[in-house]
Design a protein around this ligand. Structure first.
Ligand SMILES: [Ca+2]
Length: 428
């Protein structure tokens, strides 16, 4: 039987995929150990799926074979019985002058013959099922081989990673890189390099992007570990959504150079309007302090200073309890907020929750923007992608970008902080 051979082949293929993806010595190959899951080779991912699928088909096949054997045994028993009964009938007819008993036996014989016919039909069906499954396994095996060939090093659908490296994207731009895309960075205090999307503009500014929302394709309702390590997908053409990860954001902002880091927030609403807000001396403290958000001051922007909190008119303390500077990070499984309940759980996100927020860029994605308490689900609180100094809390933004740049480079190109045009939010 083929299963053991197939399994062996499958394991070999699986092994070769794994080794093709995890190599870290070549910048042009995929790395799966950076917390971004399967962002890289979709084809290899399909192959893995197929290889996982084959053993279950083999199990089904084995089970059907057992069934078939059982039925074959039953059939044999029935046939033996018929023969025995035919013999008995003959014997009875010879021996018994009254003959009634033998007519009963004839009926039994007929009944058993009908059973045999029914079982033969069943056997036929099972045989068809087996051959169609065998056909399917052959197809899957061929597909696996094709995929294995496609994924043999270097994997053809892997993402393109630029060769320049640096401590952050500005460092990379300073080294002459002019293309936005994926780069490896290694901040001064980082134990290892990691992948980021660098947005490099015509003025030689290199923004390190730490968060991207654009179409709701990634669920941002994640736990502490996921927010720590990052989730979603990095893409070389800025087409995917992600959270870079609190640990990486901490390392990127724990600068030893003394140059303040600016957090630039760019927002797009459902009418295509774009606004931004800048915060300087932005830092995330280490995990031991729960990745607390700290910044020096609001540098400017036309989206307004939502991090300072907002007076919703519900209570005089609204602004105080919806400000974000100095807040620790919270997720549904790690409540560090200033609220009796659990803001992150109620709003389905990870964020620097207070009691709870006036800015909420990791919120739930609402197509079209406007939503209601009813749309917000179980808790009914405003849980969209919110920046209340621009749109109110029942309006969820369409796109967001959070990115870092040294303060000294922010105004490069002769522009001031209040520029109306900015690059990087792709056409949508
Ligand atoms: Ca709480």
């Amino acid at each position: 039987m083929a299963p053991s051979l197939l399994t062996t082949t499958g394991l070999l293929l699986l092994f070769s995929f794994a080794s093709a993806q995890t190599r870290g010595d070549n910048h042009a190959s995929c790395t799966l150990n950076d917390g971004f899951g399967m962002y890289c080779p979709t084809t290899c991912g399909v192959a893995d799926y197929m290889l996982r699928y084959i053993p279950s088909v083999e199990n089904d096949l084995d089970r059907m074979e057992n069934d078939l054997e059982t039925i074959a045994n039953l059939t044999q028993e029935s046939e033996d019985k018929v023969v025995y009964m035919k013999d008995s009938t003959t014997t009875a007819a010879q021996k018994n002058p009254y003959y009634k008993k033998s007519s009963d036996m004839l009926e039994d014989v007929l009944r058993f013959e009908r059973t045999i016919v029914a079982q033969e039909d069943q056997i036929m069906e099972l045989q068809n099922l087996i051959s169609s499954n065998e056909q399917r396994m052959t197809e899957l095996k061929q597909l696996s081989i094709q995929l294995a060939q496609q994924c043999s090093e270097p994997c053809k659908d892997e993402v393109e990673i630029q060769p320049t490296t640096g401590t952050d994207c500005q460092d990379i731009a300073n080294k002459g890189a002019t293309t936005s895309g994926l780069y490896f960075v290694k901040p001064a205090t980082s134990p290892e390099q990691f992948l980021v999307y660098c947005e490099i503009d015509e003025f030689g500014r290199g923004f390190t992007v730490i968060q991207r929302r654009r179409d709701g394709s990634v669920d941002f309702n994640k736990d502490w570990i996921q927010y720590k390590n990052g989730f979603g997908y990095l893409s070389p053409d800025d087409t995917t959504e992600f959270w870079l990860g609190n640990e990486k954001i901490h390392l990127l902002t724990a600068s030893l150079s003394g140059i303040p880091t600016v957090l630039r927030i760019e927002l797009v609403d459902w009418d295509g309007n774009r606004r931004y807000a800048d915060y300087t001396m932005f830092r995330l403290t280490p995990e031991a302090d729960n990745y607390r958000l700290t910044y020096g001051y609001y540098l400017g922007g036309d989206a307004g200073d939502a991090f300072a909190g907002f007076d919703f008119g519900d209570d005089p303390s609204d602004r105080f309890f919806t400000s974000h500077n100095g807040m620790q990070f919270s997720t549904h499984d790690k409540d560090n907020d200033k609220y009796d309940g659990n803001c992150a759980q109620q709003d389905g996100s990870g964020w620097w929750m207070n009691r709870c927020h006036a800015a909420h860029l990791n919120g739930k994605y609402y197509q079209g923007g406007r939503y209601t308490e009813k749309d917000a689900g179980e808790y009914g609180f405003d849980n969209g992608i919110i920046w209340v100094t621009w749109h109110n809390r029942w309006y969820s933004l369409k796109e967001t970008t959070m990115k870092l740049i040294p303060l000294s480079r922010l105004t490069a190109g002769g522009q001031q902080g209040g520029m109306k045009e900015f690059a990087g939010l792709g056409a949508s």
